[in-house]
Design a protein around this ligand. Structure first.
Ligand code: BLA
Length: 514
């Protein structure tokens, strides 16, 4: 079963979402030859936006599609085009269509891609109003010092601006599963707050794209995708749509959204230090959600602003934790003086050593025996754990947070040591320090059974997302509270202090023996 699962997972992670050769139907994408600026390929709602069918604009010069008065602006846009959309200009279709269009342009190889969407659609948001919203958000966030208020501020701002039914802040865990850490929603909707979702719900290729683009809008899951015409001849590479706002949505994800009862979705990236920290994920139910380009831009700015503020707050937390560690370390340092043998020294500082990494117990394993303090396994087990840990790791430090599954034969290990942090010091005469954390039992809420995130239809070979997102409770036991980065850093900081102490002991022994 395992082999099958990993096969399926890999096939999710292999879906080439950046080359669908299709666009979403609410805009128009034109591919022009970079030299002649004539339309080589077209897709989308050309009739609605440009007053001509996609087939009718093929071969035409780009300039012929827009009002004469727009010529300068079009030229400026084309002139500024680089490998990703940078500028936006307003254009008017020469043959009718919806009115004002928001146009962006970028280059893909020798091609020029032009994307068009209606500008100022739906509720007319004046630019000055959007500016006020962005400024308010930035100022409001700058004064916040706790995560929950920050989360609350961004999701409410996005909800108010987009008028969307549900706005969530979705945070990735290390394994790329994720969790809804904040939510605002219409009262009739069931809450997703606190729910977890498996990594395969947002596979790697999709996450890569969200790292490159701040906004992903799917205004209507029920409009059919429109093919790029003419199709790419066989043997030629498809159009790279990495930066295409109108990139068609993967059919698996469309099915996912429909299964969730979602009719429109918007995701904004949360990027911290170059990594995708999470998404501001929004759902609309019972109908499409069109957002004009200006609002999309404002949302992008908000997501960037939130990301920076979050990064600053995270850095501040790291700094504060380091500071706390420094205080504990200097307290320890003051007590690790003279040349008392470790057997004498360690019992005096054991309480502080335990506090340093927020453990429940600790042990020292040396040549002369095992010293125990607080909640620990018995001495025999501790010796076995130390040996096992350092057979496994190259360096001086080892951490684990589910030891019970490593030593299943040992009854009751989890009661004291589901988590182990082990540190090795000294030269030839090695001493190991071990810290322990007991097992904790966690009740997790998942959006659907995480052991069955999707199904594979054996006849078609196609993957289908799960159909139920109902709360699935999973009790996880056998794990300790994970060792945090600053705790590991604190333990590591002990190495030079304890090594220096061992050196002092050795030197004083040498002096005495002379
Ligand atoms: C994309 N999946 C996404 C996106 C989200 C999720 C937020 C971003 C696009 C969007 O805004 O809709 C998942 N949405 C969630 C989660 C919550 C939510 C977890 O609201 C929680 C409340 N999806 C699957 C499987 C596959 C898959 C099995 O379930 C693949 C095998 C694929 N998800 C998938 C793909 C995308 C995606 C390909 C990219 C869509 C795109 O941008 O084209």
């Amino acid at each position: 079963a395992d082999g099958m699962d990993s096969l399926r997972l890999r096939s999710c992670d292999r879906e080439p979402v950046h080359v669908p050769e299709q666009v979403q139907g609410h805009g128009v994408l034109l591919v022009a030859d970079g030299a002649t600026l004539r339309v080589a390929r077209a897709a989308g709602d050309a009739r609605g936006l440009l007053g001509a069918l996609p087939g009718e604009v093929l071969g035409e010069p780009l300039s012929a599609l827009f009002a004469r008065a727009d010529a300068m602006r079009l030229e400026q846009l084309i002139g500024s085009a680089c490998d990703r959309p940078r500028d936006v200009v307003q254009l008017h279709a020469a043959r009718g269509g919806v009115g004002v269009l928001a146009a962006t342009a970028y280059k893909v190889g020798g091609l020029l891609v032009l994307e068009l969407e209606p500008a100022a659609l739906g509720v007319a948001h004046s630019l000055s109003w959007l500016q006020v919203c962005c400024c308010d958000l930035q100022e409001g966030m700058a004064s916040l010092t706790d995560f929950d208020s920050l989360y609350d501020r961004i999701i409410r701002t996005v909800r108010d601006l987009a008028g969307i039914d549900r706005v969530m802040l979705y945070q990735f865990h290390k394994d790329f599963s994720g969790e809804v850490v904040a939510e605002v929603k219409a009262p009739e909707l069931l809450p997703f707050l606190g729910h977890r979702y498996p990594a395969s719900d947002i596979p790697e290729p999709a996450r890569k794209l969200y790292l490159k683009n701040w906004l992903r809008l799917i205004p209507d899951v029920n409009i059919e995708s429109q093919p790029l015409l003419p199709p790419t001849p066989p043997g030629r590479p498809p159009l790279d749509m990495t930066h295409a706002r109108l990139r068609a949505v993967s059919p698996i994800h469309i099915e996912y959204l429909r299964n969730m009862g979602v009719s429109a979705s918007l995701s904004l990236s949360v990027i911290v230090r170059g990594e995708l920290w999470g998404l501001i994920a929004c759902h609309h139910y019972n109908g499409p959600k069109h957002l004009c380009f200006e609002v999309q831009r404002a949302m992008t700015l908000m997501a960037q602003c939130f990301s920076m503020t979050l990064a600053a707050l995270l850095a501040r937390r790291v700094y504060e934790n380091r500071l706390k560690t420094e205080v504990l370390l200097s307290g320890l340092h003051a007590r690790i003086r003279g040349a008392a043998a470790l057997e004498k020294l360690v019992p005096r500082i054991a309480g502080r050593l335990v506090d340093l990494v927020a453990a429940e117990g600790m042990a020292m394993v040396g040549r002369r025996g095992v010293y125990l303090h607080g909640l620990t396994p018995d001495a025999d087990m501790v010796r076995k754990l130390a040996k096992w840990a350092f057979a496994r790791c190259q360096g001086e430090l080892f951490t684990h947070d589910r030891m019970g599954s490593e030593f299943p034969e040992h009854e009751g290990l989890n009661r004291s040591a589901a988590g182990v942090l082990a540190l090795r010091i000294g030269g030839a005469d090695r001493v190991a320090f071990l810290w322990f954390r007991p097992e904790m039992t966690v009740e997790e809420l998942w959006g659907g059974d995480p052991s069955r995130p999707y199904t594979l239809n054996p006849e078609t070979g196609r993957i289908h997302p799960r159909t139920s997102f109902e709360t699935y409770r999973r009790t996880v036991s056998g794990v300790s509270k994970p060792w945090a980065e600053h705790e590991i850093h604190a333990a590591r900081s002990l190495v030079p202090i304890l090594n220096a102490h061992i050196l002092r002991i050795t030197e004083s022994l040498v002096r005495r023996n002379r």
